[in-house]
Structure formats: C-alpha cells, structure tokens
Design a protein around this ligand. Structure first.
Ligand code: CTP
Ligand code: MG
Length: 232
C-alpha cells in the first residue's frame, strides 16, 4: 500500500548555545512572530501536511504560551516534551512517541525549528518530487563558492572540486519505518539523510533556497528578518 499521508516532525529541543540569547533561539521574535511560529504556520498552512509534531525539551517553558496565543494551530500541531541530548536523539524520541498515530509507510518531514525561511512552496516542491520515490530525500542547495580544505594551520591544503557538492537543508523526508530504523542503527548523525545513507541508500536531492538557511549565530537574525519581511 502506498500511503499518501505526510506528517511534520520539528526538533526544537536545542538551547541555541551559539546564538547566546536569553532564550533558546527558536523562541526569538523575528518579523512579528516567534521563529518557531513561522515554522509551525508554514506547515499548518499546507493541505499536504496531515499534522505537525514539535519535539521540545521536558523543561521547555515557552511553547505552551506560544501556542496559546495561536488558536488557529490548536488542531494542526501537537507538542512532545521528550527532546533528547542531541538533535538525532530528539528526532528519534519524537518518532517513538508518535508510533500509534503514524503508519510505517507514512512520510515524515523532519524540519529544524531554526529554519524559519521555509515556505509552503518549498515544502510542497519536496513532497511532489518524492511522491513516487522509493527512498526519500531532502532539500539542499548546490554549492556555489570555491571550497578550500584547511591544513589545520590556517593555510590551504587543497581546493575541493565543488561540482556535485550540495549543502543539506531540511525538511528531510523519509517514510516512518525506514527513518526510525536508520536513526536507531546510526552512530551520531547531524541529519536524517546521513543515517539513511549509512544503510546503503541514496536520498534524492531536491533544490531548496538560500532563504531556508539555519539561523545559528547572532548576525543571522537580521538576514532571516530580511527574508521573512521581504517574502523573497
Ligand atoms: N535540536 C533538538 N535537540 C537537541 C539539539 C538540537 O531538537 N538536543 C534542534 C534545535 O532546536 C534546532 C535543530 O535541532 O531546531 C538544529 O539544531 P541547531 O541549529 O544546532 O540548534 P541548537 O542545538 O539549539 O543550537 P547550538 O548548536 O548553537 O546550541
Ligand atoms: Mg546544535
């Protein structure tokens, strides 16, 4: 049976150490609403998404208030308070918690709470590209800069051919059972695709957008606001 249901899983249990703000970065205000709410609103406004699950830490003191002031999301979003020590663990904990609500063949779109620039168009591009795919895949961007590998002492050891290199983004979309199996088998991974690759499979690369970058450092905030206000 080919399932057509798509669920979003948003790991949001990080502390934002590199951002160094007073709160985890996903709760910073950006262009009129919290970073997290941009992400939840995008998934909630796509009819292709059945439901969205957000994984936060057990101690999260922000998500309840954030959702209470967004009544339109009440039926579209559920919160799981079982985030882990790493993003990998948070995603796996989320997958385990939704087991009863999701079939093995359902698609799971894992998306960082720290990528508020995702648009409905981008997420639907991913879904359409993978509709018939046996493996799944991810949004990613072809690398445009010339790449240098450092010698570890501040000098160039080598120029790395950028042809065929892509920078991974999210969402990363795989069927529930495959994704769970991959993450359970994998050693520490920083994205879902690498866990799936470790099984010998080849996730499909679907072109993303620069606006879907991950907000990581303080200077990223103004760039994210430019994209969100400018609708570029
Ligand atoms: N994340 C998570 N659980 C963790 C760590 C990260 O769910 N234990 C989530 C973050 O909340 C974020 C996404 O994974 O939405 C990408 O992680 P990253 O950008 O590294 O966020 P932080 O870990 O919060 O930031 P930093 O690494 O600077 O502390
Ligand atoms: Mg991190």
């Amino acid at each position: 049976m080919t399932s057509t249901r798509h669920f979003a899983l948003i790991p949001a249990a990080g502390v934002g150490a590199r951002m160094g703000a007073d709160c985890p970065k996903q709760y910073l205000p950006l262009a009129g609403k919290l970073m997290m709410m941009h992400v939840l609103d995008t998934f909630a406004s796509s009819p292709l998404i059945e439901h969205t699950f957000v994984v936060v830490s057990a101690e999260d003191g922000y998500i309840r208030d954030a959702l209470a002031s967004a009544g339109h999301l009440e039926k579209r979003v559920s919160v799981l308070f079982n985030g882990g020590e790493t993003r990998h663990q948070s995603v796996l904990n989320g997958l385990k918690a939704v087991r009863e609500q999701v079939a093995d063949d359902d698609w799971i779109l894992v998306h960082d709470a720290a990528r508020p620039g995702l648009t409905v168009e981008l997420l639907e591009r991913l879904v359409s590209a993978l509709r018939e795919d046996a493996v799944g895949g991810l949004l990613a961007l072809p690398v445009v800069d010339t790449l240098k590998r450092s010698d570890g002492f501040g000098r160039v050891a080598q120029t790395v051919a950028r042809e065929a290199l892509w920078a991974a983004q999210t969402p990363q979309m795989f069927r529930y059972a495959l994704l769970r199996h991959a993450l359970e088998q994998a050693a520490a991974v920083t994205d879902e695709a690498s866990a799936v690759e470790a099984l010998g499979l080849r996730p499909r690369l679907v072109e993303g957008s620069p606006r879907n970058f991950k907000v990581t450092l303080p200077h990223d905030v103004s760039l994210a606001e430019l994209h969100l206000k400018g609708n570029s």
